[in-house]
Design a protein. Structure first.
Length: 368
């Protein structure tokens, strides 16, 4: 669940005379109307809604803990390589499950080679959790992984100190090896696991966050409208997003792209319609319009890491809804900015071609 605050302004801030004239001039030469707008979005991520039996006593709460289990296990030489398993709070994320796994593997890769890591999800026999809500997967689940991984190394250092007959303070961990500092005496993490009675070394840990994260961003879009058909084209889209520390910037950029595409759909295309008798008229994708690849403009995404999150050890903030929250108001107001030149002052979304075409005709008739 998210709390969102959105502030919108025309890109020129004080009316058409302060907006980019070149954009409007070029659009006019093409016979289209151009609009430009920006939106500032602030989101509270990683929180869940909790309510008591009394409806008036409901409250917003940050889930304080996330559970993770980390296991180092030894395998026979002719089978799989040694495996590092991490169970991250029973994450259930059908939309971006593989991507979230990639983020967590990157984090685990700080403490062991990635080819030795396997992330297990959705197994409630191994860890506790209630799934992904409000862009909390890395923010909360990643915290549990970081804590559990650190606990694993701490436990392995104690085991290695005993096996190598050294002080725990003299044991250094790097790339799966525990070494006595200043010597060539070392032991592999999975060799330690092999010496355990179960053939594995494991820890169960809980990661705790101090409160929600507050990702924010600025979205700017440029649109053009064909007055003869009412068709709107988003020709350029730019965002600057503060998601704290991006563990996987490519994934974050992709999520922003997907969110902006969703915002384009909400602003321009997607709408549920019923007949007067209550019959759903948009029950299939033949009637319910979604944005397609050729409706999505080039999207320039800049990530600003200058303000890491202070409520979790990763410094990460949620990013899953950034494009979807900033996108709809930015695009909608960009369209209205363009239509203001044609005398249209108010329309409700979705701003479909038919609706825009009719509004332009009505404005011309009213001005005649």
């Amino acid at each position: 669940m998210n709390t969102n605050v959105i502030f919108c302004e025309p890109a020129g801030s004080r009316g058409p005379e302060h907006q980019t004239p070149r954009m409007r001039i070029h659009a006019a030469r093409r016979g289209t109307a151009a609009g430009l707008w920006f939106a500032l979005a602030l989101m509270a991520n990683g929180i869940v809604f909790s309510a008591t039996a009394a409806a008036q006593d409901s409250s917003w709460q940050a889930p304080p803990r996330r559970h993770a289990r980390t296991v180092a296990q030894s395998y026979p030489d002719d089978e799989l390589p040694a495996l590092w398993e991490a169970q991250v709070a029973s994450l259930k994320i059908p939309k971006t499950g593989m991507a979230v796994t990639t983020d967590l593997v990157h984090k685990l890769g700080d403490i062991h080679p990635i080819d030795k890591i396997d992330v297990v999800q959705g197994d409630t026999d191994k860890a506790l959790g209630f799934g992904s809500v409000g862009s909390r997967s890395l923010f909360v689940g990643g915290t549990a992984v970081a804590v559990s991984s650190a606990d694993m190394i701490s436990k392995a250092r104690e085991k290695a100190a005993n096996l190598l007959e050294a002080s725990v303070g003299d044991i250094e961990y790097r790339d799966g090896w525990l070494t006595v500092v200043g010597t060539d005496r070392r032991i592999n993490l999975f060799e330690i696991a092999k010496k355990e009675g179960t053939g594995q070394l494991s820890v169960d840990s809980e990661g705790e966050v101090d409160g929600p994260s507050w990702p924010n961003g600025t979205h700017i879009c440029e649109v053009e409208i064909d007055p003869d058909t009412g068709v709107t084209k988003v020709v350029r889209y730019t965002t600057v997003d503060d998601v704290g520390i991006a563990v996987n910037p490519m994934l974050v950029t992709g999520q922003v792209h997907g969110g902006v595409a969703q915002g384009i759909g909400q602003a321009l295309y997607e709408g549920v319609a019923y007949s007067e008798e209550g019959q759903l008229l948009t029950a299939s994708y033949q009637d319910y319009c979604l944005p397609r690849a050729d409706d999505i403009p080039p999207i320039a995404v800049t990530l600003d890491p200058s303000a890491p999150c202070k409520t979790n050890p990763l410094g990460a903030k949620g990013c899953g809804e950034s494009g979807a929250i900033g996108g709809p108001p930015c695009i909608t107001n960009g369209v209205m900015d363009a239509l203001s030149e044609l005398g249209v002052k108010q329309l409700n979304t979705p701003l479909t071609p038919a609706k825009i075409w009719q509004a332009i005709r009505d404005a011309k008739a009213g001005a005649a």
